[in-house]
Design a protein around this ligand. Structure first.
Ligand SMILES: *Cc1c(COP(=O)(O)O)cnc(C)c1O
Length: 367
């Protein structure tokens, strides 16, 4: 059971008896926003100690019955992924690097003492949901069907140990632009809170990391900023990442820097893709430490010309200004979107949309 391959797992199919009415769906697809409306179906697979992964279903999206003692509600054994399904220029449905999400999902599972799901089964589950909800792609430019695979412990037991039963689900939500304002460049608030400590769960995509980031993010919002920036926990000096996006810096010699994956930073697939694309362009990319003080100094001298954040949901977002509660604000470049940022974003989006050749084999066509 542990070595189950996609070819060995059979998904049962049950179409939704009362799907979202077509007029409601079409209105939503014309203006989807992010994460507020869900498609008609979901995939579910169960895991138990005895049976391993079993009972794979594509069925109606519905509430999940949960025992009040389910471990996830008490000890937060939960991990997730986020990836987008697109319609390519020629109308073909596609996923972007789904095996990278599957591999990261299993890395998260290992850190949270959860069972690994064979990569092929993860990808097949995504494929099955997209096939069932193929009418849920947004009609707006830049739209996609955002997939949210996740797993949680559902054993009813209050002792503290890894649970003995889990559910893996995939749900889908039509997505337009992540940042409602559509602001050209965002403003960051440097938090005194930390997101992740050495030896902690910062490199795992687990719900708990997000729970811990909500107060810092609310603080950033209340002070008029768009996103929170976290520094390292040990020295409170080195730039790590935002609540859910990785950081990049562009210098006046054309080189690029992104914080190295030290175990406290989430290894973003957008981050890894942009590093590869920048190197394809002949740019020098370094993965290294970068301090907030150096950033401020480099922004002042003009050595630093651009900064941007990246992640699946918002792709690439230019950073225009940064406010440190102790040192005040500094502005990056013109305070607006920069050239290299725009070029890298365009390169990535063109590959994702099938508008440019895909030299790395990142796009998985579904039909
Ligand atoms: C998901 C996530 C990212 C971005 O990862 P992508 O694979 O590029 O979407 C960055 N930071 C955190 C904390 C995340 O959870």
């Amino acid at each position: 059971m542990a070595t189950l391959a996609a070819s060995q797992i059979n998904f049962t199919h049950q179409p939704h008896p009362s799907p979202v009415p077509v007029d409601v769906r079409d209105a939503a697809l014309a203006d989807p926003g992010f994460g507020k409306l869900f498609s008609d179906h979901m995939v579910s697979i169960e895991w138990s100690e005895d049976a391993g992964w079993h009972n794979a279903q594509v069925g109606p999206l519905t509430a999940i019955p949960l025992h009040p003692a389910a471990s996830v509600l008490h000890y937060a054994q939960e991990i997730f992924e986020g990836l987008k399904a697109y319609r390519l220029q020629d109308g073909t449905m596609a996923l972007f690097r789904p095996h990278a999400n599957a591999a990261r999902f299993n890395a998260s599972a290992r850190r949270l003492a959860m069972p690994e799901l064979p990569e092929d089964v993860f990808v097949e589950a995504c494929r099955q949901l997209v096939a069932a909800d193929r009418d849920w792609f947004p009609t707006v430019p830049g739209g996609s069907l955002y997939l949210r695979p996740f797993m949680f412990a559902d054993e009813a037991f209050l002792g503290v140990r890894p649970a003995k039963s889990y559910k893996f689900l995939v749900i889908a939500s039509p997505a337009g632009n992540y940042f409602k304002s559509g602001a050209p460049a965002v403003s960051l608030w440097v938090s005194d809170y930390t997101r992740a400590a050495p030896g902690g769960t910062g490199a795992a995509k687990c719900g708990g990391n997000y729970a811990a980031s909500l107060v810092p993010t609310a603080e950033a919002f209340s002070r008029g900023h768009d996103q929170v920036l976290f520094l390292d926990a040990a020295e409170h000096k080195w730039v790590e990442e935002l609540g859910g996006m990785n950081m990049f810096f562009v210098f006046d010699d054309g080189s690029i820097l992104t914080p190295a994956l030290t175990g406290t930073i989430l290894p973003g697939i957008t981050r890894e893709s942009l590093i590869a694309l920048a190197r394809d362009e002949g740019l020098t990319v370094r993965e290294d430490r970068y301090s907030i003080d150096q950033w401020r100094a480099d922004a002042a001298t003009g050595r630093l010309v651009e900064a941007f954040a990246c992640g699946t949901a918002a792709v690439v977002t230019p950073v225009g200004r940064v406010t440190d509660p102790h040192q005040g604000e500094f502005v990056i470049g013109s305070g607006g979107p920069g050239q290299t940022t725009g070029k890298l974003k365009d390169r990535l989006v063109a590959i994702q949309r099938g508008a440019a050749p895909d030299p790395h084999g990142w796009v998985m066509r579904l039909d």
